[in-house]
Write a protein that binds this ligand. Sequence first.
Ligand code: ZN
Length: 84
Amino acid sequence: MKHRGGKFSMPEGYCVKCKARKEIVGAVEETMKNGRKAIKGKCPTCGTVMFKILGGKGSSAPATPQPEAPGPAASDPPKPTSSS
Ligand SMILES: [Zn+2]
């Protein structure tokens, strides 16, 4: 393999099958319906189709509010068992 220049680097994506970051082989840029750009290609190891969404609007991560839930409260009021 020859590396000419260093301008274009292979886009990386996450392969759900390999559960690791892989280079996206044969990456092609696609524009989705909502106007966002994405890269579509294949995993070099297993050939699984990889899809990487490019943040075009400047938002790196979607704000997903996660309220801290204390968990299922064990509401178990003490019941005095009185045998009648
Ligand atoms: Zn893979």
